[in-house]
Design a protein. Structure first.
Length: 542
């Protein structure tokens, strides 16, 4: 009774402070009307990627379609049109795309992207190696096949990072399952998975002109059925480390990995066990966010069953998910839930990071999972989370995968795009199954936005740069999203909530070349472009 009263008090206080606290699903209303056929048995993709393809300030969206068509949605002042053909992305017809992530790999001022695709597909792949989609001055994309660099595989996701700090972004691609069998008991009952896994790939960027595969040389080829990865500076030493999630870890003996970047040596070391990241699980997705405001990045890791919230303690990762009641182990009694993307963002811009988790059933032999598995949303209150999914309209029961956040309508709050894989039961029930665009209808508080731009040896996207927002006694760190959740990528703008304040007290940027910059008294309601070595420039977003 006491706990219920506290939860009610928190929710009620939020509604009183900000008026309506709610999301409205508006995908069809805003032009996203593509309904692809099939179901999750057909290896449908689930990644979504936010990218401003033409540098007009309105961020666009790429929707991975798996064995079906993928789509590029061009944002026209808050309304989306299908730009797939106009921007040359029909060249990807026939690719079984699981996800995509964007980076200006040649530092020409326009964001390109790489697609992670099922080329082998356990005998049913598209036969293609991954491809780079090169942005031609914001007008079209040119397909550059990587077939001379890597062979087709079952590539499930990717992430960018300048691992050797040469000013050009490199890319790591997770490689999934080559073949799958069942492990049976003496009675012939399937009790587990006999998965044969593929090795991951690292593509080192050569001056924005070509790529060289060198995962073995850097010690990160792995081979544990990789499903998600993140380049991120875990230990805040100025270089990007690698967090890797492996699926079927309970059965393959290959758990999640924390590879520490030993720059300037061209190698990663395995720091998994010593830093508390070794879990043998069904690794799905990684979400980065400084939820406890101690100026380092924490990580939410999803699973079939128990999720993990790794609190960062000087590079050591300590799970707090159960203590904070965000583990989501069971959805119904003793039946496990299935989580995919965990994304931190500030719902109402009060200065702390809330948590959105996409959920959804997937066909499994074991363990037993619940069929109706609604998404979850947790409100952060001084490092403690309260689940208010139904109250804010985010408890959708379809099978979600990738997700991302961005301010698609430029109304000063962050909206959610969440992909859906079609389920047979929902089709039978005649429930519309398509991508979901959740418009944030909360009356947001004050905020500030930062767009980082590298120069003089720092990669154009500033992947690996870390920003600390300082407001009174609060210190919150952010990085530019180089790939997160499940095969997805959110906005390139770093937003910070100022609550009722009109100015940000201080901002400190740690550039990847070891230098730092400090700025103070930046005005709220404004997005600033921060170019290394220059003063902040306010930019017009409308």
């Amino acid at each position: 009774m006491i706990r219920f009263s506290l939860v009610f008090f928190c929710i009620n206080a939020l509604f009183q402070a900000h008026g309506q606290v709610h999301f409205t699903e508006v995908s069809s209303e805003k032009g996203m009307n593509y309904l692809y056929p099939g179901n999750d048995f057909q290896m449908a993709g689930g990644g979504v990627m936010v990218i401003d393809v033409n540098n007009d300030g309105w961020e666009d969206l790429f929707q991975a379609g798996g064995v079906f068509d993928s789509k590029l949605w061009i944002n026209k002042g808050g309304f989306f049109i299908d730009g797939t053909a106009d921007f040359g992305l029909n060249a990807l017809s026939g690719y079984f795309i699981q996800g995509a992530v964007a980076a200006d790999y040649n530092n020409d001022g326009y964001r390109d992207f790489i697609v992670a695709n099922y080329g082998v597909g356990m005998g049913r792949g598209d036969k293609h190696a991954p491809a780079i989609m090169k942005n031609i001055k914001g007008e079209s994309f040119e397909l550059i096949s990587l077939e001379k660099v890597i062979a087709p595989g079952n590539f499930s996701s990717a992430c960018w990072g300048d691992i050797n700090k040469d000013g050009f972004s490199d890319v790591y691609i997770t490689n999934y399952v080559a073949s799958m069998g069942g492990i049976t008991d003496s009675n012939g009952v399937v009790i587990g998975y006999d998965a044969k896994c593929l090795e991951n790939k690292l593509l080192l960027n050569k001056d924005g002109k070509s790529f060289v595969e060198c995962a073995n040389e850097y010690g990160i080829s792995d081979g544990g059925c990789g499903l998600s990865a993140s380049f991120t500076d875990v230990d805040h030493d100025g270089d990007q480390d690698l967090l890797l999630l492996n699926d079927f870890g309970e059965w393959t003996g290959e758990g999640n990995k924390y590879f520490r970047n030993e720059f300037p040596e061209p190698i990663f070391s395995d720091a998994t066990r010593e830093n508390g990241f070794e879990n043998f699980m069904y690794g799905m997705g990684i979400g980065q966010g400084d939820y406890d405001e101690d100026a380092d990045l924490d990580f939410y890791v999803t699973n079939i069953g128990r999720n993990y919230l790794y609190q960062n303690d000087k590079g050591k990762l300590v799970d707090q998910a159960r203590a904070l009641k965000v583990d989501l182990t069971y959805e119904k009694d003793s039946i496990r839930g299935t989580s995919w993307s965990g994304i931190f963002f500030d719902l109402e811009f009060d200065g702390d990071l809330d948590l959105y988790v996409t959920k959804g059933n997937v066909a499994t032999l074991v363990p037993k999972t619940v069929i109706r598995d609604p998404n979850k949303f947790f409100l952060n209150d001084q490092g403690h989370f309260t689940e208010i999914s139904a109250e804010v309209g985010l408890n959708d029961i379809l099978s979600h995968r990738g997700a991302a956040v961005f301010d698609f309508d430029h109304d000063g709050d962050l909206d959610i795009v969440s992909s859906v894989v079609k389920l047979p039961w929902a089709a039978f029930a005649k429930i519309e199954q398509k991508i979901k665009l959740f418009r944030n209808d909360t009356k947001a508080l004050h905020w500030i936005g930062i767009i980082l731009e590298g120069d003089d040896g720092v990669n154009q996207d500033c992947f690996g740069c870390q920003v600390v927002f300082k407001q009174h006694s609060r210190n919150l760190m952010k990085e530019v999203d180089a790939g997160s959740g499940q095969a997805s990528q959110s906005t390139a703008v770093l937003y910070y909530g100022l609550d009722q304040e009109n100015y940000l007290e201080e901002l400190e940027i740690f550039w990847t070349d070891g230098t730092s910059s400090k700025f103070s008294n930046l005005k709220s309601g404004q997005v600033y472009r921060m170019i290394k070595g220059k003063n902040p420039v306010p930019i017009k977003m409308n």
